[in-house]
Design a protein around this ligand. Sequence first.
Ligand code: SF4
Length: 121
Amino acid sequence: MKIPKKYKDKIKNKIKAKRKKKRELSEAEHREVKQPSPAKKLKNFAVSAIKHAVNGMPTCTQEEIDERLAVCQGCKWFRGRKCYKCGCACNNNKKFLNKLAWADQECPVGKWGKIEKDETD
Ligand code: SF4
């Protein structure tokens, strides 16, 4: 069965319009996700570092880091091993400058929380 040209054009235009709308939506979402300014990042880090030091610098196990990272990887604020909400590094390293490795840290939008550590950890 042959589809008349006017219907073909209608379908093509509908598909084009859908694609354009989808592209505009994803661009809008991309624009919405911006890193905090360097000054704000520095302030966030300083506040977190002071709290971390006051709490006795509790660290996470590798499994806890991996669990947190899995949540971050599904988050719209996660870009290139960083959280664009707070500007902190989020990766699977058990290093000092990794938000996910600090047990007393929590996600700024509440997707994961602090991990209570007792003295023996
Ligand atoms: S810390 Fe929270 S807001 Fe930031 S990337 Fe991870 S889940 Fe998303």
